[in-house]
Design a protein around this ligand. Structure first.
Ligand code: NAD
Ligand code: MLT
Length: 310
């Protein structure tokens, strides 16, 4: 009998095609937790992006589940402890969307520096306000990178091409490794003090939740610009709203939010905050990469082999 796989978030066709060669595949997106709990018992594997919350309830109802695959990097929407307790393998696809998220970060940084979304909206309303949208150059500015992993490192390479000075904080990366990429590792307090632009590229874990908060913002340069294309919750949104209103923070670019979608968030009312709806990994190339990676790992595990990124 063929294994049954449930895909509960949109997954690129290339991944579905691989799965279909070996398994029966159902694509059912937009399910509530109750709906997922009701059907998950029929499946051997579950594949998700960030939309599905794979809670302990879902995992416990998945009595046949052997594999949960995350087509992307962050596994914060999966209760990995509950899965481990049940012996279910959880794997992600952390490399496939690195460049997409990197390029999105660069686009956000340039848009923030030159007020591109605000100027576009203004011109489309029939205005011609050149002085209102005076920007700043990134050349020679200090970029503080918090989290010097895959995306942090790729961002550094591109920022250096624009002649920014890159400093980074990451407790798990050596000074030597960073220096080989032309980046200076500094304590986080120093990064807060020196950076003109700060971009976060860590996972959302206990240690990084509200890493940027009212207290840390107070130690930053006046007019600092903040970017979060990693995970909502790394920046304390309430503190950010206050800091933008006071002028301490000159602008922020956010792709991710504490609650997604961020309905009724005061951030959405601030001109100096530019936003995208969690688009970091949304390129044709990245979606194909992560779908193929997670589909191959799923088949490997179902046929008794190993997953590459557990
Ligand atoms: P990665 O694992 O390669 O890098 C994360 C880095 O954070 C690691 O080097 C780790 O040592 C560091 N880190 C861990 N704890 C830290 C702490 N307390 N302080 C500072 N650094 C710490 O991950 P990545 O692929 O570079 O992804 C980074 C983030 O971007 C993740 O949260 C991921 O989910 C997110 N992401 C978002 C999108 C999007 O669509 N917006 C797309 C891809 C990835
Ligand atoms: C990820 O962690 O890979 C991103 O949030 C992207 C996504 O889920 O599409």
């Amino acid at each position: 009998m063929k294994y049954r796989v449930l895909v509960s978030d949109p997954l690129a066709e290339e991944g579905i095609d691989i799965l279909k060669e070996f398994c029966d595949v159902d694509v059912k997106t937009g399910l509530t937790e109750d709906q997922l709990v009701a059907i998950i018992g029929d499946y051997d594997a579950l594949l998700v992006r960030s939309g599905t919350e794979v809670t302990a309830r879902v995992i416990d109802a998945g009595t046949k589940l052997k594999f949960i695959g995350r087509a992307g990097a962050g596994v914060d929407n999966i209760d990995t402890e509950a899965a481990t307790r049940r012996g279910i393998i959880v794997a992600n696809a952390p490399e496939g969307n690195t460049l997409a998220a990197t390029e999105h970060t660069m686009a956000m940084m340039l848009s923030l520096a030159r007020n591109i979304p605000q100027a576009t909206a203004s011109l489309k309303k029939g205005e011609w306000k050149r002085s209102k949208f005076m920007g700043v150059e990134l050349n020679d500015k200090v970029l503080g990178i918090i989290g010097f992993g895959r995306i942090g490192r790729e961002v550094a390479k591109r920022a250096q091409a624009m002649e920014m000075k890159c400093i980074a904080y990451d407790p798990f990366i050596t000074k030597e490794r960073a220096a080989s990429l032309g980046v200076e590792m500094v304590p986080i307090e120093e990064l807060f003090r020196r950076a003109d632009v700060i971009t976060v590229h860590t996972p959302l874990i206990k240690e990084t939740r509200h890493l940027i908060n009212a207290k840390s913002i107070a130690t930053m340069k006046d007019g600092v610009r903040l970017i979060n294309c990693a995970r909502g919750g790394i920046i304390d949104e309430a503190a950010l709203v206050d800091a933008i209103k006071s002028g301490k923070v000159a602008g922020a670019a956010l792709d991710v939010f504490e609650n997604e979608p961020p309905t009724d968030s005061p951030l959405l009312e601030l001109d100096k905050v530019i936003v995208t709806p969690h688009l970091g990994a949304s390129t044709v190339e990245a979606q194909k990469n992560v779908a193929i990676s997670v589909a191959n790992q799923c088949i490997s595990v179902l046929s008794g082999g190993a997953a590459k990124y557990v």
